[in-house]
Design a protein around this ligand. Structure first.
Ligand code: ACO
Length: 331
């Protein structure tokens, strides 16, 4: 695929409140040993009471604008990837645009759960082929702690909140910093949609004052999801490498969706990518869904793990089911 899209000024925001595994032991019937051995997670950031997801998106977006030298008025598109939107409507993108004072932009959300960043790259790079002069703000945000059932130990220990944002523009636009999107592949299997759900939509009627049902919260069939996640992330990585005439030897850094250390290690082992080439931060953030990959890319770059000229393979898997992979070449 022709490279048409460049990502730059990637920054991340995590809410200051941290829940450690020891904190969770006080909330639910679990142990630090179980969480670490099954998932690799040690702590996660969660949105404080009274704070909004748009507080996170505004914070990282303003820092992306500052880092890029782009003014809010220069933006043509604001795209937010999330599966925990602040409201059913207006979109999280319109809420952010309003708070930023960005007028006349195309603003919309993308709902592909943990694969949201990759679906957003897919959509935005397509739009950049149609409008090469566009200058887009992409924000990935989740506040899953607001929809976790804190009495369900099999899910509440897994997730964290966070946001990350970047500028997407034509690959030939001046500047040349950041990473060029070499290719992106997105897939889904709605036949498995029951495996991970968060309700609260219009599938069920509510009246004022009604109590919400259990379906309002996140449900996941973990073991079955795990099986699909490993198989599909391996398949899609192999497919994107093959269609670009590459092998794993051409990958300098592998940044998989940070859901579970065992999944990351299983995918890496099956692909034949291990050790220093694999970036992991799930221990400190848990699964931040759509924000997971950009948050990890940001942190990997900050730690000097992505030297200039690196090719980065990213892959994600989430509710839908959705999954995908992308190749990024860093300037
Ligand atoms: N503490 C202690 N015990 C627990 C906990 C806990 N927090 N959670 C579950 N257990 C128990 C279970 O009750 C079960 O006990 P039992 O054998 O007596 O019934 C036992 O541990 C094993 O439970 P499993 O669910 O089979 O554990 P598993 O090893 O499969 O690990 C996990 C669960 C971590 C959820 C794993 O299956 C997983 O990571 N799945 C994939 C998650 C994922 O990738 N999601 C994708 C994206 S999410 C999105 O899109 C929003």
């Amino acid at each position: 695929m022709d490279a048409t899209c460049r990502m730059s000024a990637l920054v991340a925001t995590s809410p200051p409140k941290i829940l450690t595994n020891e904190d969770l032991v006080r909330l639910t019937d679990t142990t630090d040993e179980w969480i670490v051995s099954r998932t690799g997670i040690r702590r996660r950031h969660v949105l404080e009471d009274g704070k909004l997801p748009s507080d996170l998106t505004l914070d990282c977006s303003l820092r992306t604008l500052e880092a890029s030298g782009v003014a809010a008025s220069d933006l043509t598109h604001i795209v937010v990837a999330t599966c925990t939107p602040e409201m059913l409507t207006p979109s999280s993108a319109c809420i952010l645009a309003g708070k930023m004072g960005a007028g006349n932009v195309a603003a919309f959300d993308i709902g592909a759960a943990c694969t949201g960043f990759l679906y957003a790259l897919y959509v935005c790079s397509g739009l950049l082929q149609r409008e090469p002069e566009a200058r887009m703000l992409l924000v990935c945000v989740e506040a899953i702690s607001r929809r976790v059932n804190w009495t369900d130990r099999s899910t509440c220990v897994l997730f964290g909140d966070g946001a990350a944002s970047c500028i997407l523009e034509g690959a030939s636009s001046p500047g040349g910093s950041g990473a060029v999107l070499e290719d992106v592949l997105c897939r889904s299997d709605g036949g498995q949609r029951h495996l991970i759900t968060i309700g609260g939509g219009t599938g069920r009627g509510y009246g004022p004052g009604d109590a919400v049902g259990e379906d309002f919260f996140l449900h996941m069939q973990g073991r079955e999801t795990y099986r699909h996640a490993v198989r599909q992330m391996v398949n899609v990585c192999e497919d994107i490498l093959a269609r670009n005439g590459l092998t794993v030897a051409d990958v300098d850094v592998f940044v998989p969706h940070q859901a579970n250390l065992r999944i990351i290690e299983a995918v890496g082992a099956r692909l034949g990518i291990g050790g220093e080439r694999v970036f992991v931060n799930v221990d400190r953030y848990g699964n931040t869904s759509a924000a997971s990959i950009p948050l990890a890319l940001h942190e990997a770059a900050e730690e000097g793990r992505i030297p200039s000229g690196s090719r980065v393979l990213v892959t994600a898997f989430g509710a839908g089911l959705t999954w995908g992979a992308a190749l990024l070449k860093y300037a």
